[in-house]
Design a protein. Structure first.
Length: 585
């Protein structure tokens, strides 16, 4: 790798000061990555010295240019040595405001979870001390405002300059945010239309949580008011949904008609007579994905007739899968059950729409999986109980029980047709339905007969379906049914392995799946006990206090994967529970 030398001007810290992430060895500077840099002395540039004090001498490094393809090594060294690099997540502050008598009243204030889409993967802002980027949003209509303040800013030297905050944020927030703070405050305080504000769309659900009233409104993205409100909220996607992408709201109308936006609002007491009674809580977006229904009873016929020109077809008239694209509850309202209410509302709309085949989710993360599992389990479990769904411990006749089974007798173990009808009526995705069914069937086996309850797995492997206890046989067949699903799902990968390794991988995977189910079932049981203690009746539409974590998955920035959703949900939750970190297969 060729080495280069260029004349640069660096700020010297006090003599013998330690440069971050380096160590000194004689006339060499060794970075923490272990890369050596030969050095020689130069003087600090007068321009920089005038900003930061006395001129000093420091080392001039010789660095491979190829190491820093995305950032010039000159800027890199300056950023390492100069003070004034801020953590973007700490610098950005989001404030929800309402008008008060003479000034704006802060309803809530919080920091973003991510800023890498805006400020880069390192999530840092160069060139400032004491930087505060305050994003204000009106509580009812999300009217935005951007205001920055800092204690000190680095003055440009040649091509080295502090980050232009306004220029960086301009693509991410609407132009109306770039007014002066007095003008923004005046606009919010004197907004006489606020008292008559209603969320766009129509009211689809209302509920009470912790003695506070909430409403969920739904509207088509083709509605101008829905589109305006969503445009103002889009920056939340980049700040709270990992790998989330803001929606394009300038598409043709027929495309916008496929989208439905759900807004969650709290109804509050207006602080002034002219203020709104609505305060934003969160929102979700869904879109219709066309589903081809083939009539298998008809034989396809090829015709050369010209394509007929019929009446215009609305997307809502076509058979579709409904897909959740984005799902967000703002941090001040997390862990309060709003995520469950929002998901259940979307599911209810899906069930009531005859053109929707099933509800799916676009690339969910582990946290949303937990929320979804919790909601779907409490939707489906009453139906399973009603029809007495369970595993048949004796799928074979008595004379063939001692024979070694050549395949899993699925139809004899569970009521396949009944389960297919339940899945179709509740419009739940087949993979998700399989997870909920497996979880329910596992719950029907006494704990003492399961691995989590200390079941003798060695004896089970020997006796298999010939075990004397019918619950042990149910547990054996439960594992076989789960293995069968996992094998079908990953067949292309498993067939490349040797038979022994294939069996081992399946055993490990089914054990991981079972462990995740056990954690969820334990939390469901604890929640039911709390509900009984409070004298509440549990139902899918009622307020439910859920301990299942639906919070961030905790993936580090260096191991970031594409994810579309983040929501921390449900009451009485223990932060970062093991449930949110389980393996979902």
């Amino acid at each position: 790798m060729a080495l280069i030398q260029e004349r640069i001007y660096l700020l010297s810290s006090p003599r013998n000061a330690v440069i971050p992430n380096t160590r000194r060895e004689g006339r060499e500077t060794i970075f923490s990555s272990g890369l050596p840099h030969c050095c020689r002395n130069i003087s600090c540039h007068p321009s920089i010295a005038s900003q930061y004090g006395k001129r000093r001498r420091l080392y001039f490094p010789t660095i491979p240019r190829q190491l820093f393809s995305s950032l010039s090594w000159i800027q890199l060294i300056v950023k390492c040595i100069l003070p004034g690099t801020c953590d973007a997540n700490d610098a950005v502050s989001i404030t929800i405001v309402q008008p008060d008598e003479q000034k704006l009243k802060t309803v809530s204030s919080f920091h973003p979870q991510f800023t890498y889409p805006i400020f880069g993967d390192d999530e840092t802002i160069f060139g400032y001390k004491g930087l505060i980027i305050r994003l204000r949003f009106a509580a009812h209509d999300l009217r935005p405002h951007l205001h920055t303040s800092y204690d000190e800013k680095f003055k440009p030297v040649e091509d080295i300059a502090a980050v232009d905050i306004l220029k960086t944020l301009r693509p991410w927030i609407s132009e109306e945010a770039f007014v002066t703070l007095p003008d923004y405050e005046k606009a919010v305080l004197e907004d006489t239309d606020a008292k008559d504000f209603k969320p766009p769309g129509k009211l689809v659900h209302s509920y009470v949580s912790r003695n506070r009233n909430y409403e969920i409104w739904a509207g088509s993205l083709a509605d101008l008011n829905v589109r305006r409100l969503l445009d103002r909220a889009q920056i939340f996607v980049s700040l709270f949904i990992e790998a989330g992408t803001p929606l394009a709201t300038d598409d043709p109308e027929w495309t916008l008609q496929r989208w439905t936006v759900y807004f969650v609002y709290e109804k509050v007491k207006p602080p002034t007579p002219t203020a709104s009674e609505y305060s934003i809580v969160g929102y979700a977006t869904t879109y219709r994905w066309w589903h081809y229904r083939r009539d298998k009873t008809q034989v396809p016929i090829v015709k050369n007739d010209p394509f007929p020109s019929g009446p215009e077809i609305h997307p809502a008239q076509l058979p579709s899968r409904l897909r959740i694209a984005q799902f967000l509850i703002l941090p001040p309202h997390q862990k309060s059950g709003h995520g469950r209410h929002l998901y259940s509302t979307i599911h209810s709309a899906c069930v009531q729409d005859p053109t929707v085949v099933e509800l799916t989710v676009e690339d969910p993360n582990e946290a949303f999986d937990v929320l979804r599992d919790s909601a779907d389990y409490h939707i489906l479990s009453p139906e399973f109980i009603k029809h007495e769904v369970n595993i048949n411990p004796d799928p074979y006749e008595a004379q063939s029980r001692n024979q070694r089974p050549r395949r899993v007798p699925t139809a004899a173990l569970i009521p396949v047709k009944l389960l297919r009808d339940i899945r179709t009526s509740y419009k739940i995705d087949s993979t998700q339905f399989a997870h909920i069914l497996e979880m329910f069937l596992l719950s029907q086996i006494p704990l003492k007969n399961r691995h989590a309850g200390g079941a003798n797995m060695s004896r089970l492997l020997i006796r298999k379906h010939r075990a004397e206890d019918p619950n042990e046989r149910r547990y054996y067949w439960w594992r076989m049914l789960t293995k069968q699903r996992l094998y079908k799902r990953s067949k292309d990968i498993l067939i490349q392995l040797d038979l022994d390794e294939r069996i081992q991988k399946l055993e490990e995977t089914v054990s991981n799946v079972e462990e995740g189910y056990e954690v969820l079932l334990k939390e469901f049981t604890e929640r039911e006990e709390k509900l009984k203690a409070r004298g509440k009746e549990q139902s899918p539409g009622a307020e439910i206090s859920d301990d299942a974590s639906a919070g961030p998955s905790g993936t580090s920035r260096d191991q970031r994967v594409k994810r579309k959703f983040t929501v921390e949900d449900e009451e009485d939750e223990v932060e970062e529970s093991d449930t949110a970190k389980r393996t979902k297969v």
